[in-house]
Design a protein around this ligand. Structure first.
Ligand SMILES: NC(=O)c1ccc[n+]([C@@H]2O[C@H](COP(=O)([O-])OP(=O)(O)OC[C@H]3O[C@@H](n4cnc5c(N)ncnc54)[C@H](OP(=O)(O)O)[C@@H]3O)[C@@H](O)[C@H]2O)c1
Length: 231
């Protein structure tokens, strides 16, 4: 495939790690970032890195991102919907919100980025996907219905919702042989995961990149550590 590999939220954390693994593989990578300037400076000597402004919670921004790629006559080999927020973060478990005291605005804002952002990106890039293109939705075990517990309702709902998006897109894109996946990266050392997390961002990015590049994968599945897991 000659198309680009789009990574959202590529300036730090898992998005940065995934983008860098793809760059090392020699892929042409489009790094979508809310603040592109420092990222453009970081990759100024990497001809296969294209840095564009992108806020996945903003429809004008996602449509503009798509139009830039259309103007550049790009096609898309893979879209990695990585950009995410964990707005209900609390230092101690006792302070964790549950449904009884959840702030509805936090739930709405979390959904705008983590779930609706993936839909906006699909709509913006839909004309550009190659036959057999990949969509990788970075989800979480916290969105797994089979393991669902209490706490952090906005984050959990957003990840369950993006898993539903994966299933719907798998059906909707089957005529183009596209492969749409959800992935749980595990608990990773990023700003979101914190320093106590059990794996590095590079380890977390491994299955994300594998799903974006590996051939012969089934569509519409949920993965962790290159193995299928339950929804
Ligand atoms: N770390 C973990 O343990 C873990 C576990 C399971 C799942 N995940 C998922 O993995 C993904 C990446 O998480 P992370 O740990 O790398 O988090 P992170 O270090 O907090 O990074 C989040 C990234 O998302 C970007 N972002 C947030 N809102 C955005 C928006 N509206 N538009 C564009 N970019 C936006 C951030 O950009 P700014 O710099 O502009 O804020 C940043 O680049 C998320 O979807 C997260 O839910 C993480």
């Amino acid at each position: 495939m000659s198309g680009v590999y789009v990574v959202t939220g590529a300036n730090r954390g898992l998005g940065r790690a995934a983008a860098e693994q793809l760059l090392i593989q020699g892929k042409l990578v489009v790094l979508g970032c809310r603040e592109p300037e420092p990222v453009q400076a970081r990759y100024k000597n990497r001809p296969n890195a294209i840095v564009l402004p992108l806020d996945v919670s903003d429809e004008l921004s996602t449509m503009h991102f798509g139009h830039v790629l259309i103007q550049q006559q790009r096609t898309v080999a893979a879209l990695i919907n990585n950009a995410g927020v964990f707005l209900e973060h609390s230092e101690d478990f006792a302070g964790t919100p549950n449904l009884a005291n959840a702030e509805m605005d936090l739930i709405r804002r979390t959904m705008e980025t983590n779930a609706y952002g993936a839909i906006r990106m699909y709509q913006a890039l839909n004309p550009l996907f190659e036959h057999g293109a990949r969509i990788v939705n970075v989800s979480s075990g916290m969105g797994q219905l089979s393991e669902m517990n209490g706490g952090w309702p906005g984050y959990r709902l957003s990840k369950t919702a993006v898993n539903a998006v994966t299933r719907m897109l798998a059906e909707e894109t089957s005529d183009r042989a596209m492969i749409v996946s959800s992935v749980c990266p595990g608990w990773c050392q990023t700003d979101m995961g914190g320093a106590a997390a059990t794996r590095t961002a590079e380890q977390g990015a491994d299955t994300i990149v594998w799903l974006a590049t590996h051939s012969d994968l089934p569509s519409g599945k949920f993965w962790r550590d290159r193995k299928e897991i339950a929804w």
